[in-house]
Design a protein around this ligand. Structure first.
Ligand SMILES: Cc1cc2nc3c(=O)[nH]c(=O)nc-3n(C[C@H](O)[C@H](O)[C@H](O)COP(=O)(O)O)c2cc1C
Length: 191
């Protein structure tokens, strides 16, 4: 698959197979995050890789899923993520303006994971103080987001957006995700 096709085919995944993701692959993901563009090359980001079963359970309890279809969008029992990437910002290096670094690093991880058939959900709805405590994260580190990972066990369907941005589940439980049309977002030369 070309990189373009991989990007077009990517959808957020919230149902995963129970198969574990190897440490080698998880390290590869941190490597592509590390090499992402960084404003002023300050590189304020660090990552905690969580694959331990007991810690995963604790992290899972701190996350919220698919608000537009909750609770139907939650990972079902036995289909939870098998690993998490906890995306940290060292606020001593940079406490503002790191958001685009995060965007580039996380998207790199999402796409590198997808190349290995690993799906992901980028999660922002987090009980951060609990995660900070569970993972023993020092005060000067801010939890930006968490990338939930695992081998894909659902196939969300891309839809052309009509009136609403809200994704929905059909009667078979398949997730449909509306996106704005290309001609609605593109401007050539002038607005
Ligand atoms: C910054 C950010 C935060 C997100 N937070 C959550 C979240 O807390 N829980 C969740 O289930 N999905 C979350 N998502 C996934 C979005 O719901 C998803 O990207 C969106 O519905 C579009 O679907 P797609 O990724 O398949 O294109 C987040 C995505 C982004 C980029």
């Amino acid at each position: 698959m070309t990189l373009y096709d991989l990007i077009v085919s990517r959808r957020t995944i919230r149902q995963f197979k129970p198969d574990s993701v190897s440490k080698e692959v998880l390290k590869k993901l941190v490597n592509v995050a590390r090499l992402a563009p960084s404003g002023a090359n300050l590189q304020p980001l660090e990552f905690i890789v969580v694959d331990d079963e007991e810690i995963r359970k604790q992290i899972f309890a701190c996350l919220r899923w698919a608000a537009y279809v909750a609770p139907e969008g939650d990972p079902k029992s036995g289909h939870e993520p098998v690993a998490y990437m906890v995306n940290l910002v060292n606020t001593k290096i940079r406490d503002r303006g790191f958001e685009r670094d995060i965007g580039a690093a996380v998207e790199n991880m999402i796409l590198a994971a997808l190349e290995e058939d690993i799906g992901s959900c980028w999660v922002d709805t987090i009980d951060r103080s609990k995660v900070q405590e569970i993972l023993n994260i020092p005060e000067e580190y801010k939890i930006d987001s968490i990338l939930a990972l695992g081998y894909t066990d659902e196939k969300p369907i891309l839809e052309e957006m009509k009136e609403s941005v809200k994704y929905w589940k059909d009667i078979e439980g398949k997730l449909h995700v509306p996106k704005r049309k290309l001609e609605d977002v593109i401007h050539f030369n002038k607005f």
